[in-house]
Design a protein around this ligand. Structure first.
Ligand code: MG
Length: 158
């Protein structure tokens, strides 16, 4: 077995979509970034890369590459899952946390889990997504940005 962890931060701005875990969430502010800026999916993808000791997400998917401009981050996660498969591993489980002041994530958590599980090629029971507010404190609480954390355990395929 191998473990990996990661975090990702994106700025909240007007005029952008809020996409987390592949779910477009109605919001007055959205996430700024080169791709769709899905901080949750980026954290999960980079945690998998970490477990494989394959470096960070920016190494494989540079924000200078026009290929990834506005890209659906599920494509990035599927690519990382392909690398994991090639190395002989599969998802044991993943646990992720989104820090966002508002809107409420609860109505969207199940769909995020479904999307992440589909991209990683595993059962939804292996994917946990949680959310917490910033309680008005720090950049999360001031709605300047969103931070996501992820930890994954990979199992060697027999
Ligand atoms: Mg990112």
């Amino acid at each position: 077995m191998r473990i990996g962890q990661s975090t990702d931060i994106h700025r909240l701005v007007e005029g952008r979509k809020l996409i987390l875990g592949g779910v477009e969430i109605p919001s007055d502010l959205g996430l700024l970034g080169h791709s769709d800026a899905d901080a949750l999916t980026h954290a999960v993808a980079e945690a998998v890369l970490g477990a494989l000791a394959l470096g960070d997400l920016g190494h494989w998917f540079p924000d200078t590459d026009p290929k990834w401009e506005g890209a659906d981050s599920q494509i990035i996660l599927r690519e990382v899952a392909r690398m994991m498969d090639e190395k002989g591993y599969r998802i044991g489980n993943a646990d992720a946390l989104i820090m966002i002041e508002k809107p409420k994530m609860a109505p969207h958590i199940e769909q995020m889990r479904r999307n992440l599980a589909a991209s990683l090629g595993c059962d939804i029971s292996r994917i946990s997504v949680k959310a917490t507010r910033g309680e008005g404190l720090g950049f999360v609480g001031r709605r300047e940005g969103v931070q996501a954390f992820a930890a994954v355990l990979l199992e060697e395929k027999e």
